[in-house]
Design a protein around this ligand. Structure first.
Ligand code: LRH
Ligand code: MN
Length: 388
């Protein structure tokens, strides 16, 4: 049986990175519903993220998105975050909201537009130098909508050139994380549509180029845990963008739509030793709380990752290996399902008590009055949004 002390130690060492943009107003192409108390500045986004860390103890970093989180002094921003008990994490480039990028950014047919896009990638590395961030995360909306619109091969060449420029700008300890997505906003080809394309570019770039698996970026029916196992085996899994979906890139709370899928994905992470911080995998949330309150939504999401992780760490791996060796199909499946069907909430409540935290992070957050405080304090000014 798994050693509960080791399980607790691993859970205490878990680090889940929060997306700054989850605290701002978000929505769909139909409507962005504004919520009262939403941050107006990146500092207020950091304040809200710090609330999630305060009550969960495992969310000590905030990923930023440029220019959504643009400031004059990024070193000062990093110092502000430290003052709030968190760190500035992954720096996400944004090459999908500028008028020039209609036909793409780094893959655009026009070299002027490509130079502009590469300049933004290099600016993001400058920001990493100032914040002390390790990861530059690149997701490209680039693609085409109609057959014949552009050359698939030519666009891959342009993409490779831009990735080379960004990779060569990195300093020791910094990584390039390439995120793939099947479609949207492009609806015929996407230039980085799947793990294979991302993997090929990362292998060509070098050791510090890794793949990001966003759990909402696959065709329906895709076995994501198989992709995770393959990337882990190749030493090319750098990060997760966790969320969940019923249909497309719904960006719902991780584990909400399909908790068993999250369990299966994290089981492959555990099987490859990926929870060891030395494995260098960053576990980030990438979500939008379009209709639900944002801070409780992030707290619930962190708890969903903790619960799936605890279940995975409770798998009796010795019994599983024995059943697998014996070809005992049902026996092996039962070992996994026993762990999955284990109610780990008491274990996590104990863990929080051990960490000096309230066993119920959402209840203690509501009791804190922070939600009412920010509604009152932030009544004026312009709420942050992913303003396209
Ligand atoms: C693209 C994506 C990417 C981010 C954006 C906010 O769908 O997953 O990771 O840059 O969402
Ligand atoms: Mn993502």
């Amino acid at each position: 049986m798994p050693d509960l002390t080791a399980v607790k130690t691993a859970l205490k060492a878990q680090r889940i990175e929060l997306p700054s943009w989850a605290f701002g107003n978000t929505g769909t192409r139909f409507k962005v519903f504004a919520q009262p108390g939403v941050p107006r500045t990146v500092q207020e986004k950091i304040d809200d993220a710090a609330q999630v860390h305060k009550y969960t103890g495992v969310a000590p970093a905030v990923a930023v998105h440029i220019p959504w989180d643009k400031v004059d002094d990024y070193a000062e921003l990093a110092a502000y975050a430290r003052g709030q008990g968190v760190a500035i994490g992954t720096v996400n480039a944004n090459l999908f909201q500028d008028e020039d990028y209609k036909l793409g950014s780094v893959c655009h047919p026009d070299p002027r537009v490509r130079r502009k896009a590469v300049a933004h990638l290099l600016e993001c590395v400058d920001i990493m130098d100032a914040t002390g961030s390790q990861d530059l995360k690149l997701w490209f909306a680039d693609g085409t909508n109609y057959p014949g619109q552009d050359s698939v091969a030519a666009r891959q060449g342009r993409l490779a050139e831009a990735l080379d420029a960004a990779y060569q700008r990195l300093s020791a300890g910094q990584r390039l994380i390439l995120e793939y997505k099947l479609f949207e906003p492009a609806f015929y080809t996407t230039d980085v549509p799947d793990w294979g394309t991302a993997y090929l570019h990362c292998v060509r770039l070098g050791e510090r180029a890794k793949v990001c698996v966003d759990t909402g970026h696959h065709a329906p029916g895709t076995n994501i845990e198989f992709i995770v196992a393959m990337l882990l085996r190749a030493g090319k899994l750098g990060a997760f963008d966790f969320n969940s979906r019923f249909y497309a890139d719904d960006d719902l709370m991780v584990g909400a739509a399909d908790p068993f899928q999250l369990f299966r994905i994290l089981f492959e992470v555990a099987a490859a030793g990926g929870f060891d911080p030395a494995a260098g995998i960053s576990f980030m949330l990438d979500q939008c709380h379009n209709i639900e309150p944002k801070i409780p939504g992030q707290i619930r999401s962190v708890m969903n990752v903790q619960e799936a992780t605890a279940k995975v760490l409770l798998v009796n791996t010795a019994a599983l290996a024995a059943a697998q060796r014996a070809g005992d199909v049902l026996g092996a499946n039962a070992v996994l399902m026993d762990a999955y069907n284990t109610d780990v909430r008491p274990l996590l409540a104990d863990l929080r008590a051990d960490m000096g935290l309230d066993p119920d992070p959402i209840a203690v957050y509501h009791r804190s009055g922070y939600a009412e405080k920010i509604v009152a304090e932030r009544a004026d000014g312009t709420p942050a949004s992913w303003g396209s």
